[in-house]
Design a protein around this ligand. Structure first.
Ligand SMILES: Cc1cc2nc3c(=O)[nH]c(=O)nc-3n(C[C@H](O)[C@H](O)[C@H](O)COP(=O)(O)O)c2cc1C
Length: 172
């Protein structure tokens, strides 16, 4: 799929079919994550892959009962791993670059999923401690985004965006 078609087709989908994600599609999503840029190429993040229904339900509870988390057959949890960036970039690496690395990686996963005919929604509303416990996130890592992925069971309309003229500020 053309990149610009992928960008315009991607929507936040909050209802999924039970059909699982094929192994080759999953592999392509994971490869797309691994191709994401990162500060100093240090890849200061970790990704946890969850398929078990019991764990997806626990994640749903940790994320304000957003039901689609239990519905989607596959959930990725993106965590910062500040230590990987600390030696070269000190606090800026831990606080900023690791967060940017993790969220760019999540964006790659979203777009890859769309390109493969799958759907996703970025989930930021969750109880961090509860997610830590469900996933078993080690100390030094911080869950920052959850991405359920699967086949869409709804086709949401594109929500309105700000006008470019309001959003983009040319500095002369
Ligand atoms: C940082 C971030 C956090 C978000 N958290 C949630 C969330 O917890 N639950 C949810 O349903 N959607 C969440 N979204 C999805 C947004 O609501 C969605 O991207 C926005 O409404 C625009 O719609 P679109 O993605 O279809 O373009 C989040 C998106 C981002 C980028």
């Amino acid at each position: 799929m053309d990149f610009f078609v992928v960008v315009s087709r991607r929507r936040s989908v909050r209802a999924f079919k039970s059909k699982s994600v094929e192994v080759d599609k999953l592999r392509r999503i994971l490869d797309a994550i691994n191709q994401a840029p990162s500060a100093g190429n240090l890849q200061a993040y970790e990704v946890y892959l969850i398929r078990e229904a019991r764990l997806r339900t626990a994640l749903m509870k940790a994320a304000a009962d957003q039901e689609f988390l239990a519905q989607a057959p596959l959930v990725l949890v993106f965590c910062t791993h500040g230590k990987r960036a600390e030696e070269r970039y000190s606090q800026r690496g831990v606080e900023l670059y690791a967060l940017q690395d993790a969220t760019i990686a999540c964006t790659h996963a979203m777009l890859a999923a769309t390109a493969l005919g799958l759907a996703s929604v970025w989930v930021g509303k969750f109880d961090e401690q509860a997610v830590r416990e469900v996933v078993g996130v080690p100390q030094g890592q911080r869950p920052v985004a959850i991405l359920p992925i699967g086949y869409a069971a709804e086709s949401p309309r594109a929500p309105k965006r700000r006008e470019l003229s309001e959003l983009i500020h040319e500095v002369k």
